[in-house]
Design a protein around this ligand. Structure first.
Ligand SMILES: [Zn+2]
Length: 344
């Protein structure tokens, strides 16, 4: 089969690799219907050291079960399923606490012996715990929104949940990438009435408004902080959803959060230190967030996608075939595309 490999910064190739087959009785093999490129794939695409062998890449996919091991329950060949962005048994103590990203028997797509999601098929370890069956056909118009349950929408949702967004909290979302826009949609879904989106790409912030943002602040740094404070009677918002992962974004987050409020971060942090000094301490700010246990949220979010109450798949603004995945990476890195859908 064909799959995507990364050889180094700016060097993504689609090559022939061995067809996946069952290795463990708990495995399934899934033929990929839709995959996509994640903002976090752009970190290795931007900086990975060049190597002479490619590493498999891609961690968001949905597809059709082709084969199951003897210990797999609840799934059968032909089922349409979505995979969260890590695999997990969904039964260990961490999983039962809703922290499948810390599963004692879980792991990451594209690691040793495990396929990446940006390919024609994937061997899925711990298939019964990992895969969620979708009550749709292979040609459903909902596939983009269902694919978003793999990572981007649960990540925005996790940010809103850990920040404590409710109908009574005001919200600032930092970042107009696919995760930031998903966080807007998640905050709206949780009932927030004021959602300030900080972003400066009009085409993206327009989608943010469609998702529920009530205000858009294009200014950055101190100017941006001032603007958010103006919009909130000088105080800032109860919750801040930091969806970027760079130092200026976390600094802005502490600048726009209301005293006693919460900053949640889901952008993979590209900085070693958090500016949580005495001033932050004196204002009783809570810092939370982290990698999203997508698997914990899929069943809760699925009905809203199935009945069309939310359309998180609107973050996909370009579709490519597998052979055009390198161009998809370029388009996202150049900010020509917000999020690229792959149709193998
Ligand atoms: Zn587990």
């Amino acid at each position: 089969m064909k799959a995507t490999l990364i050889y180094g910064a700016g060097d993504v190739r689609v090559e022939h690799v061995p067809d996946p087959k069952l290795l463990e009785p708990t495995d399934a093999v899934v033929r990929v219907l839709r995959s996509c490129i994640c903002g976090s794939d752009l970190w290795p695409y931007g900086s990975k050291a060049t190597q002479d062998h490619g590493d498999r890449i891609g961690h968001e996919f949905l597809g059709v079960v082709e084969d199951i091991g003897t210990e797999v329950t609840g799934l059968k060949p032909g089922d349409v399923v979505v995979a969260p962005f890590v695999w997990a048994d969904n039964t260990c103590d961490f999983c039962r606490e809703g922290l499948q990203t810390s599963c004692r028997h879980g792991g990451q797509w594209g690691s040793t012996d495990v396929d990446g999601g940006q390919g024609e098929a994937v061997r899925v370890p711990q298939a019964s715990g990992t895969l969620v069956k979708l009550p749709v056909g292979e040609d459903s118009a909902l596939l983009p929104s269902l694919l978003s349950l793999s990572d981007v929408f649960p990540t925005g949702h996790h940010c809103a949940v850990t920040a404590g967004v409710t109908p009574r909290t005001t919200v600032t979302v930092i970042g107009d990438g696919a995760v930031g826009l998903s966080a807007v949609l998640a905050a709206k879904r949780l009932g927030a009435e004021q959602i300030i989106l900080m972003g400066r790409h009009t085409d993206r912030t327009d989608l943010g408004r469609a998702f529920g943002a009530t205000d858009v602040v294009a200014e950055r740094g101190e100017e941006g902080v001032e603007k958010v404070r103006e919009l909130t009677g000088g105080d800032g918002t109860h919750t801040v959803l930091e969806c970027v992962g760079l130092k200026p974004a976390i600094e802005t987050a502490f600048g726009v959060v209301r005293d006693g409020g919460t900053v949640s971060r889901v952008g993979a942090p590209q900085y070693p230190d958090v500016p949580a000094d005495f001033g932050v301490f004196f204002r009783n700010i809570t810092l939370t967030g982290g990698v999203a246990p997508a698997r914990a949220y899929i069943e809760e979010l699925l009905p809203d996608v199935l009945d069309g109450r939310i359309e998180p798949g609107k973050v996909f603004d370009r579709t490519v075939g597998l052979d055009d995945v390198p161009g998809g990476y370029r388009a996202m890195a150049d900010r020509d595309a917000l999020k690229v859908l792959i149709r193998p």
